[in-house]
Design a protein around this ligand. Structure first.
Ligand code: NAD
Ligand code: DAU
Length: 331
C-alpha cells in the first residue's frame, strides 16, 4: 500500500512514520511537509532512504493533486497545532488547517482515494472540572480557540465530503499526546528542557486545568487500527484514560528529575483556557480491539525525559526562539 503522510516531519506524524516502518514494512511511505517552524527533518533520520520526502504545503493544489493521484491512502496530520500561536496570529491556522484540508479532500474526491483525517478532542470545547462526563463521538462541536475552531472546521469539511461526495474517509479525535520528538513549545517538553537548562517549570494560572494524556505511540497504533479495521465514514475518539491536572504533571516531572516539589513558577494564564478534556474511547476499543500499551504515565514520562536528555541536538535549535515568543506573550 502507498501511503501519503502529511505533516510527517512534525511530532505525531514523524512518530507515525517511524512506527509504520517498524510494524508495517510493506507500506510505501511518502511524506509531504512544509517544514514550518514545527517540522524537523531530523525526526525522520532513522528512516532516511526508506521513505520519500517532499517539501511543500497541503495548501498547494497542484502539488497535492499530483501526490494524491500517486497514492492509495492519505494520512493527514499536517496542521498548525499550537493554541498559544493561534491566539497570537490565527491566519496560518486558517490556511493550513482549513484550506489545506479542503485541497486534500478535493484531490481525494477526484482520484477516488482514501483519507484518514487526524483531529483533536479540542473541537468539542471543554468540560467542567467536577463534571463526570467525557467526550464521545456524538458530543457537539464547540471549539474555544482559533486553533480548535480551525480543526473543527476541517472535521466538518471531511464529514460533508463523506456525506455529499461519498469519499472513502475516516476521522479520529485524540487527546493530548506526549512522548519523544514533540516541539519544545508544548507543555511537557517545555518543562523537561527547561529543567535540563536549570529553569523552573512555568504553570499557566493556578494549574487546575485537566488534560487526558496519551503516549504518541498509543495514538499512532490507534490510527493504524482505524485504517485497518475502522468503518469508512466513521469518527473514532482516541484516549487512554490519562486525566491529570497541570499541577500533577509538573509535580511528576520535578520528582522524576530530582527537583523539589515547589520548584516551579506561576505565569499568566492563556486567554480562554479550556478547563478539562476527557475522552470516552469505548467505540474505538470495541470495534478495533485497540488498547493503550502505556498504562503508566510515570513510565511514559520517564522514557520521554530520557529521550530529551539524550537528544539535546534535536531540541536545542528551537529552544531559544520558542522562549522568546513566550517572553513576548508574558507566559
Ligand atoms: P506539530 O506542530 O508537531 O507538526 C505539524 C507538522 O505539520 C509540522 O511538521 C509542520 O511543518 C507541518 N505543516 C504545517 N502546516 C503545513 C502545511 N500547510 N503543509 C504541509 N505541512 C504542514 O503537530 P502535532 O502535535 O504533531 O499534531 C499533528 C496533528 O495531530 C495535527 O493535525 C493536530 O491537530 C493533531 N493532534 C495533535 C495532538 C497533540 O497533542 N499534539 C492531539 C490530537 C490531535
Ligand atoms: O487536546 C489535544 C490538543 O493538545 C492538541 O489538539 C494540540 O495540538 C496540542 O497542542 C494540545 O493542546 P493544549 O493546549 O492542551 O497543549 P499545550 O501543551 O499547549 O498545553 C497543555 C496544558 O498545559 C494546557 O492546559 C496549558 C498548560 N501549559 C502550557 C504551557 C506551554 C502550562 O501550564 N505551561 C506551559 O508552559
Amino acid at each position: 500500500m502507498k501511503v501519503l503522510v502529511t505533516g510527517g516531519a512534525g511530532f505525531i506524524g514523524a512518530n507515525f512514520v517511524l512506527r509504520v516502518r517498524e510494524t508495517r514494512p510493506d507500506w510505501e511511505v511518502t511524506v509531504l511537509d512544509a517544514l514550518t517552524y514545527a517540522g524537523n527533518r531530523a525526526s525522520l533520520a532513522p528512516v532516511e532512504g526508506q521513505i520519500e520526502f517532499v517539501e511543500g504545503s497541503i495548501a498547494d493544489a497542484d502539488l497535492v493533486e499530483r501526490l494524491v493521484a500517486a497514492t492509495d491512502l492519505v494520512v493527514h496530520f499536517a496542521a498548525e497545532s499550537h493554541n498559544d500561536n493561534s491566539l497570537d496570529n490565527p491566519w496560518p491556522f486558517m490556511e493550513s488547517n482549513i484550506i489545506g484540508t479542503y485541497r486534500l479532500l478535493e484531490a481525494v474526491r477526484k482520484h477516488g482515494k482514501r483519507i484518514h483525517h487526524i483531529s483533536t478532542d479540542e473541537v468539542y470545547g471543554d468540560l467542567e472540572l467536577d463534571d463526570p462526563a467525557r467526550f464521545t463521538e456524538s458530543t457537539p462541536l464547540n471549539p474555544s480557540s482559533p486553533y480548535s475552531a480551525s480543526k473543527g472546521a476541517a472535521d466538518l469539511l471531511v464529514r460533508a465530503w463523506i456525506r455529499s461526495f461519498r469519499i472513502q474517509a475516516t476521522l479520529s479525535n485524540c487527546s493530548n499526546n506526549y512522548g519523544p520528538r514533540q516541539h519544545v513549545e508544548k507543555f511537557i517538553p517545555r518543562q523537561i528542557t527547561g529543567i535540563l537548562d536549570g529553569v523552573r517549570p512555568k504553570l499557566y494560572g493556578a494549574g487546575a486545568n485537566v488534560r487526558d494524556w496519551i503516549h504518541v505511540d498509543d495514538h499512532n497504533d490507534a490510527v493504524i487500527a482505524i485504517i485497518e479495521r475502522g468503518r469508512l465514514g466513521e469518527t473514532y475518539l482516541i484516549g487512554a484514560d490519562g486525566e491529570r491536572n497541570n499541577r500533577e504533571i509538573i509535580a511528576l516531572l520535578l520528582e522524576l528529575m530530582g527537583k523539589p516539589a515547589d520548584w516551579f513558577e506561576h505565569v499568566n494564564d492563556r486567554p480562554g483556557h479550556d478547563l478539562r478534556y476527557a475522552i470516552d474511547s469505548s467505540k474505538l476499543r470495541a470495534e478495533t480491539g485497540w488498547a493503550p500499551r502505556y498504562q503508566d504515565i510515570r513510565a511514559g514520562l520517564r522514557q520521554t525525559i530520557d529521550w530529551y536528555a539524550a537528544n539535546e541536538a534535536w531540541w536545542r535549535t528551537t529552544k531559544a526562539a520558542t522562549e522568546q515568543v513566550y517572553a513576548r506573550l508574558g507566559r
